[in-house]
Write a protein that binds this ligand. Structure first.
Ligand code: ZN
Length: 192
């Protein structure tokens, strides 16, 4: 995957941002869990796009959105983000990074509990992240995720978003629409 490929996906909004190139570099070769196996970097790009489409255009926040999974899912050292983008961007990325030393169940619980404590910028990124994850689960669920697992994910994401409190009403409306759509799709389905 290279930048030309990403540009071909209609992501011209972001191509001048150094954070775009860094996210593409570190997520290179990674794919999302869905059946389509799309390049992972499309996820942080969509998260940044969701923010931009809702009027949030501050370069630092968009940069942090593009980099929001780099510390959690790649070997990118935190110092690289701090050195290149400064402490504000680095701080937001750190805030939305789960601690990998914890068990998955603990990480999920901690994400619920910490949602209320995030800074306003990190809350916006977290909400846009959940919007894309729920929309992705609706559009392109992983092949090995049962209906039950999809229901559990949706319920957990709802808890995180609830604990964020009021963040951005139009983005919250988009999240709830996506969540309701997903719930309608997966409710009442038999386990497989
Ligand atoms: Zn993410």
């Amino acid at each position: 995957m290279d930048l030309l490929y990403i540009r071909g996906q209609g992501n011209e909004l972001m191509e001048d941002l150094p954070a775009f190139a860094l996210a593409a570099h570190w997520h290179k070769g990674q794919t999302r869990k869905g059946r389509q196996k799309e390049p992972f970097v499309q996820h942080p790009i969509r998260v940044a796009e969701i923010l931009i489409r809702h009027g949030i255009t501050q370069t630092e926040l968009i940069s942090a959105a593009l980099l929001h999974d780099v510390l959690e899912d790649t070997d990118c050292p935190p110092s690289e983000i701090r050195t290149r983008f400064g402490s504000e961007v680095s701080g937001w990325v750190q805030e939305v990074t789960d601690r990998k030393t914890l068990l998955k169940s603990q990480r999920k619980q901690m994400q619920v509990e910490r949602a209320a404590l995030l800074s306003p910028g990190a809350k916006l990124i977290r909400l846009a992240d959940k919007i894309d994850n729920v929309e992705s689960l609706f559009n392109d669920p992983p092949a090995n995720w049962s209906w039950q697992r999809q229901r559990e994910y949706a319920a957990w994401a709802n808890r995180v978003v609830k604990n964020l409190g009021p963040v951005h009403s139009a983005m919250e409306a988009r999240y709830h629409e996506a969540s309701d759509q997903l719930r309608m799709k997966v409710t009442g389905k038999k386990p497989f």
